[in-house]
Design a protein around this ligand. Structure first.
Ligand SMILES: [Zn+2]
Length: 287
């Protein structure tokens, strides 16, 4: 047991390589599978707040999300070049939030940017980082057959109303965008639909992924999807308890504490008030 754990740790350390921008490491580049890499942000601070990923296809490279700043995207593009001489041809934007789209102006003009139809519409209305708008939009799915099968899927509302995921059915690798915050309570629910999100997590679990690249946090697995789903259920129930006691939203904001089981997860206070407000709105609407 001890030997296999040591081997696993060794394998992990071989695959992860810290990638610097200037003097500071901005993300760790991790090999997730054959021709599949994740850029795991070191800390939630510019230029890379969230994770990105890329997949090598027969005709070029497909990148998933572009970090917050072009500076981070440029570093990512440089790292891709070290691994393959194939051109970057596609950029999938999992949703409209700036920390996932803000770096996309660093990508070559000739690539196709792919997103959900609602993500494009939202970016047309609210685009603080002046990200390039998607060129191709989908409502349900796009399936690539380019040396390997790659699916871009919309599986339901959750973190936003336009979240899409990238699924590689042969290698069983899933790239979730912010449908999964791994080990973090933040969830950033301001644009979310928490009731629907719980069901959407079930659709992701049903794919039976073996490796999961989350929107935030380290590489994950199926059990982490289930853990985050349990957190969403617990968060919803805990706000509901305040509502059911007849407390006002104002009082709830003052007295609320996260459910005990999640108090050691990261990013506790970030967005907590806006998450409570959003869930409160959902509960009120259901009444
Ligand atoms: Zn987000």
């Amino acid at each position: 047991m001890r030997v296999s754990l040591a081997l696993l740790l060794l394998a992990a350390s071989v695959h992860a390589s810290p990638v610097k921008s200037g003097p500071r490491t901005i993300f760790d580049l991790e090999r997730v599978g054959d021709g599949v890499y994740a850029a795991i942000a070191r800390r939630p601070a510019p230029p890379a707040v969230s994770n990105a990923a890329f997949i090598i296809l027969s005709d070029g490279v497909l990148v998933v999300d572009s970090h917050l700043k072009p500076e981070a995207s440029k570093v990512l593009l440089r790292e891709i070049k070290k691994i393959t001489d194939k051109p970057v041809r596609y950029l999938v934007q999992t949703h409209h939030h700036s920390d996932h789209v803000g770096g996309n102006t660093a990508f070559p003009g000739a690539i196709d940017i792919i997103a959900h139809k609602r993500t494009r519409n939202r970016l047309k209305r609210w685009n603080p980082t002046k990200a390039r708008l998607p060129d191709l939009v989908l409502k349900d799915e796009i399936i690539f057959h380019r040396g390997r099968e790659l699916q871009v899927l919309y599986v339901g509302r959750g973190h936003t109303d336009g979240d899409i995921v990238v699924w590689l059915p042969t290698s069983k690798i899933l790239i979730t965008g912010d449908l999964l915050f791994h080990g973090r309570t933040i969830g950033f629910m301001k644009d979310g639909f928490v009731g629907d999100w719980i069901q959407t997590m079930d659709s992701l679990v049903a794919l039976k992924p073996e490796s999961v690249v989350p929107g935030h946090g380290p590489l994950a697995g199926s059990q982490d999807l289930l853990a985050f789903k349990s957190y969403l259920i617990a968060f919803l129930a805990s706000v509901q308890a305040h509502f059911d006691r007849g407390e006002s939203l104002e009082k709830t904001l003052l007295t609320y504490r996260l459910p005990k089981a999640y108090r050691d997860w990261g990013m506790q206070d970030m967005a907590l008030a806006s998450n409570i407000k959003r869930v409160w709105k959902e509960i009120k609407r259901a009444h």
